[in-house]
Design a protein around this ligand. Structure first.
Ligand code: GDP
Length: 301
């Protein structure tokens, strides 16, 4: 139901229009596919993925001899599910079974990193884990205070220095604290300066070195936070971040605020990074583990 509520905008732009299309056409033909392409593109599925999808649908309709659009609709749902589960590795977060888990959060400013860290901290705490936050976005004005607000809200400590200080040294202190307090999960915020890829890469590498020196198996996850409302831009950001650092999972935020939910399909089809979490609202419990079936259900409910 979270997915159903959260995806209402995408559902309106996508499924309602598709249902309408099916009613209007009845017979499967070139014009039908062309309009379907348009709907998919406007839901931000992305041209490459739209072409892949429509090619598959044309193949299926030929081999299964489907002439009726209502019948094809079932195939569309089937093919969309297939695209959503493609390249899907584990969507659960990888937690260290014995000892400290370190999760690094990356992404550009405004993507929803801080909010996601807060939500994740709350969720992990609810699962009975002890959590610590590292305020290593020392660059963006207000980032440290904002993380502290989430720390207070969730009852989780925040390791922080002054604005402008070296993020790697914040992370170093946080690693020391996490180890001495025997914390289960350390969540590290980072600055997302994509404008300067070389600096970003250097900063993330330095942070990762500090983490690995203190805990060789860490970081266990590098989660890239992407804003779904930016549509295709999110996809190009993912490609850039992937060049700057190894990304183990994607968090797609603000799916509730956009009709561009089709971006999930593009991410699944064009990147081999699993979408692990989705943000479906601004509140503490609006972070969900990505579930392809629930997503499809939300899209057509
Ligand atoms: P950061 O700069 O990446 O740390 O981004 P923030 O965490 O400050 O988030 C930017 C804005 O997006 C804030 O107003 C958040 O409340 C909002 N936001 C974050 N995630 C979601 C989400 O899943 N849904 C909605 N509707 N808003 C979100």
């Amino acid at each position: 139901d979270k997915f159903k509520d959260g995806l209402s905008k995408t559902r309106k732009s996508f499924s309602d229009r598709m249902n309408n299309l099916v009613k209007r056409y009845r017979k499967v033909d070139e014009d039908f596919f062309e309009e379907l392409e348009e709907i998919l593109i406007e839901s931000d599925v992305g041209i490459t993925t739209v072409m892949d999808l429509v090619d598959r649908l044309k193949d299926e309709s030929r081999t299964r001899n489907i002439k009726d659009t209502a019948q094809l609709k079932d195939v569309i749902v089937e093919v969309l599910s297939e695209f959503l589960t493609k390249n899907s590795e584990e969507t659960e977060l990888k937690l260290n079974p014995s000892g400290l888990t370190v999760i690094l959060m990356v992404g550009v400013n405004g993507a929803g990193k801080t909010t996601t860290i807060g939500k994740l901290a709350g969720r992990l705490k609810n699962e009975g884990k002890s959590v610590l936050l590292a305020a290593a976005d020392t660059f963006r004005a207000g980032a440290i205070d904002q993380l502290q607000v989430w720390g207070d809200r969730t009852g989780v400590d925040v390791i922080k220095h002054q604005e402008g200080s070296d993020p790697a040294s914040v992370v170093f202190d946080a690693m020391q604290a996490a180890k001495s307090r025997k914390v289960d999960v350390l969540l590290c915020d980072t600055a997302g300066r994509l404008q300067n890829k070389v600096n970003l890469m250097k900063e993330l590498e330095k942070i990762k070195r500090v983490i690995a020196r203190e805990c060789p198996s860490a970081p266990h996850e590098v989660l890239l936070v992407l804003d779904a409302t930016t549509g295709q831009n999110a996809l190009s950001q993912a490609k850039l971040f992937r060049q700057a650092s190894e990304v183990t999972g994607i968090v797609l935020t603000k799916l509730d605020g956009t009709a561009k939910g089709g971006i999930v399909l593009a991410i699944r089809n064009e990147l081999d990074i699993p979408v692990k979490l989705v943000g479906l609202g601004e509140k503490l419990n609006d972070l969900q583990t990505f579930d392809a079936d629930a997503f499809i259900y939300g899209l057509f409910a």
